[in-house]
Design a protein. Sequence first.
Length: 162
Amino acid sequence: MRLGLPQRGTIWMKRKVGVCLLWLAGFLAAAAQNPAESSHGSEGLLIALENAWNQAQLHHDSKALGELVADTFISTDNDGTFMTKAQFLADNMDLSYKPSLMTNKDERVFVYENAAVVAGIYHAKGLNKGKAFDHYGRFTDTWVYLNGKWLCVASHTSALKR
């Protein structure tokens, strides 16, 4: 053995530790990017996105709403109205619709790899073309994890009788 040079076993051990650290770093990076690895975190985020959706509609903020929905977004309303993303965002700008309350409750989140379904009950109240409304209904929103963020690709609502 020569002095000043590490033993062969020491070099092998350092390489093994280095490979293990690289593998662990790769695994952690993949888990951070894959929403299914942390469905609890995704569940909370999806509920927050649903709440942001309500706020965007309350304030007629189509820019914020547009950031939450995919370019291929489709919406089916409780009266059967079908809208694309462009139609949905234009409808949100209609100032004759004046909601004063938009809330969700009893939400359930189901996460599948890069997709999720959020279902719950909504309550919307306010004025529409000068007439008071107070709607309750069920909603089902389908979200997809694309390019590092959740985007809603489809929304469906059904009226509940009160």
